[in-house]
Design a binder for this molecule. Structure first.
Ligand code: AHM
Ligand code: MG
Length: 335
């Protein structure tokens, strides 16, 4: 019989890894775990009931919102508000940060930034999607309403981050800065079981993930790197394999396990790339560094970027160390 351990048990065992009060982590992750189970249940039956499809509204970036985006947003927000640890949430689906006004929440120490359902355009075609979350300690005084400064902290201040992947199996992956751990959901038991302790990404990979349809609009250095990936150099295991799901969490997760690079550079349409620094890039960068990999905007470490606005976008290159270094050197050489 394998040594089965649940996410709840693992968190209790690792409580001391959390830099602050020990019960906080288990409560915070407990709320994420609960909302993830509820969202997972709805996603699983998305094809069965009339729940997919656009609502007709647009979010702050002018993108069409899907019903499940809003559903996930509501469930995660409600789960956070129900705990005493969270004073506010900023979400990709909300124009402004949401602050909780109950006294218990105002006394809370943490803010959460999240993309409640990333890659949601994939739901209608039964492709994996994910939830991404990022946790910071507030900088405003306890007992007050949280401010912009609480949400606009650089990624290197994160105390925890993670994602849920609703895939062929559902997994929750998180870090508190002491390695990155993965838990697979057993729907019959309703629990997340430890399945991937201390994941490490290979230093070299052979998978590159990018929306190559935009090739013509990519910066010169990125074009050169794509050609490098495609060159026939068997001694260097090239050409590499191209894999792109169009769902960041899924592409990231595969590359983490197998070795590879995910790229969303600037394009003519998205001069700063498409992905959001606070909801997508920072949490994924924290996780990737904990797995021994690298996350960059093409020149600088993602986690050191000082954010200026909530929905800020940034070019994103994340994955195996040698692959990210290689694309950075092409970008430097061909600005
Ligand atoms: P979303 O948060 O609106 O779902 O957008 C983010 C998603 C990522 O999951 C994915 O990697 C990327 O957008 C795909 O974009 P594109 O279709 O331009 O390749
Ligand atoms: Mg997203």
């Amino acid at each position: 019989m394998p040594n089965m351990k649940t996410l709840g048990e693992f968190i209790v065992e690792k409580q001391n890894d959390f830099p602050h009060a020990s019960g906080d982590l288990s409560s915070l992750l407990g709320s994420i775990k609960l909302a993830a189970k509820i969202v997972n249940r709805e996603i699983n039956k998305a094809g069965l009931v009339d729940i997919t499809g656009a609502v007709g509204s647009e979010n702050v970036q002018g993108e069409e919102q899907q019903k499940l985006d809003l559903y996930a947003n509501d469930k995660f927000k409600a789960a956070m508000e129900a705990r005493d640890q969270v004073c506010g949430v900023a979400s990709e689906e909300e124009d402004e940060a949401v602050t909780f006004n109950k006294e218990l929440n105002r006394n809370a120490k943490y803010v959460i930034l999240m993309d409640p359902l990333d890659g949601s355009s994939n739901i209608d075609v039964n492709v994996s999607v994910g939830t991404i979350f990022s946790i910071y300690r507030r900088v405003s005084p306890i007992g007050t309403t949280p401010t912009q400064e609480d949400f606009l902290q650089p990624g290197n201040q994160q105390v925890a981050a993670g994602y849920v992947i609703y895939g062929s199996s559902t997994m929750l992956v998180y870090t508190t800065g002491n390695g990155i751990h993965g838990f697979t959901y057993d729907p019959s038991l309703g629990v997340f079981c430890l399945s991937h302790e201390n994941m490490q990404i290979p230093e070299d990979g052979q998978i590159y993930s990018i929306n190559e349809g935009n090739y013509i609009r990519f910066p010169q250095g990125v074009k050169k790197y794509i050609k490098f990936c495609q060159e026939d150099v068997p001694a260097d295991n090239r050409p590499y394999t191209s894999r792109y799901i169009g769902s960041l969490v899924s592409d990231f997760h595969r590359n983490l396990l197998k070795g590879g690079i995910y790229m969303y550079p600037s394009t003519a349409m998205y001069p700063n790339g498409k992905l959001r620094l606070l909801y997508e890039c920072n949490p994924m960068a924290f996780l990737m560094e904990q797995a021994g990999g690298v996350a960059s905007d093409g020149k600088n470490r993602i986690l050191d970027i000082i954010p200026t606005e909530l929905h800020q976008r940034v070019p994103f290159f994340v994955g195996s160390t040698n692959m990210v270094k290689q694309v950075e050197s092409f970008i430097e050489e061909y600005p």
